[in-house]
Write a protein that binds this ligand. Structure first.
Ligand code: NCD
Length: 316
């Protein structure tokens, strides 16, 4: 996210508007990447991100191949590098990589001439999640003004008060979102128990960090909830789930403290009853499924920018 900057983010959002329109067609498919092959390499569990990338690639008419360590020769002892080079030799144009270790997508990029997209690496980054979050926020802000997202830029992010709540320390989503939102001029506040904040906030462009969620909610325009990353050991950093929810869960009572216009986001998967109450997850202002829908368009934009022609074809 840091490389992309405000102009890069705005360019992805502008292009993704075109693909939001494609999704609304009777046949939501364009020939832009016909003949290209996209490989998804996911060594961590995933529902939305993997299906979203695969849907995006197919809607651009690319061929898609998928592999995961358990179902591939990695389980027979082959190194990740040999596996990547093997798949690349079959003629892959783009690898979409998710891995439990930070830095693996960057490593893969060094082993192949194909494009590589980071679909989440350890605690490090999840850039397309941040892009789809920005697309969703932009859409909500435009609608609030009675405008269409495609008629707006990213001006409305200036001064926008975004509160990110939960397991910030282990969250690649938080890292990418903080950089994207700060680049666009938003003011980000982190809310977490001290044990789930990064040991140092050096390099985190945030306005504040606190453990008092109730105090921050009335001054929040976007409330972004994070799941406790139990697979990364987060459970050891809270006394109990019940206590975590008591202090940091967005209960119905807490959601009432938000201004009327505030929107609630979550990258998914949500754990109802822990970071978000079931009734809050189903509120009209909770835009989780909109995030998922925008994810496909944003990933189409990313794949198109990496693999497509210089110009967006007229039929795209
Ligand atoms: C996130 C992830 O895997 O980083 N999910 C997603 O991609 N939408 C967040 C999470 O698992 O908590």
């Amino acid at each position: 996210m840091q490389d992309l900057g405000a102009d890069g983010i705005a360019a992805v959002l502008r292009l993704s508007d075109r693909f939001v329109e494609v999704a609304q067609r009777a046949i939501p498919k364009v020939p832009a990447l016909r003949g290209r092959t996209v490989a998804t390499l996911f060594s961590e569990t995933s529902t939305r991100t993997r299906l979203s990338f695969e849907t995006a690639a197919r809607r651009l008419s690319a061929d898609v191949v998928s592999f995961s360590p358990t179902g591939s020769s990695i389980a027979k002892g082959e190194s990740l590098r040999d596996t990547v080079e093997t798949v690349a030799a079959m003629g892959v144009d783009c690898f979409v990589v998710r891995h439990a270790c930070a830095g693996v997508p960057a490593q893969v990029a060094g082993w192949t001439g194909a494009s590589v997209v980071n679909a989440g690496d350890g605690w490090h980054e999840h850039p397309t999640q941040a892009l789809l979050d920005c697309a969703t926020i932009r859409q909500v802000l435009a609608e609030r003004d009675g405008r269409r997202a495609e008629d707006t830029g990213t001006e409305a992010f200036a001064g926008l008060r975004v509160t990110i709540v939960g397991d910030v320390a282990h969250s690649r989503v938080a890292r990418s979102d903080v950089h994207a939102l700060a680049a666009l001029g938003a003011s980000v506040t982190l809310v977490a128990p001290g044990s789930l904040l990064p040991p140092s906030l050096a390099g985190w462009p945030v306005a504040a960090a606190t453990s008092d969620l109730d105090a921050v909610l009335p001054d929040t325009d976007v409330c972004y909830l994070l799941r406790l990353q139990t697979e990364r050991g987060a459970g050891a950093f809270v006394p109990s789930l019940r206590e975590y929810t008591a202090g940091f869960g967005l209960t119905a009572r807490r959601a009432d403290r938000l201004p009327e216009h505030a929107v609630i986001l979550h990258p998914g998967p949500m754990v109802r009853g822990v970071e978000i109450a079931a009734e809050v997850a189903d509120l009209p202002r909770t835009a989780v499924l909109r995030q998922v829908a925008n994810g496909v368009a944003v990933r189409m934009a990313v794949l198109f920018l990496l693999l497509g022609a210089e110009e967006v074809p007229a039929d795209a």
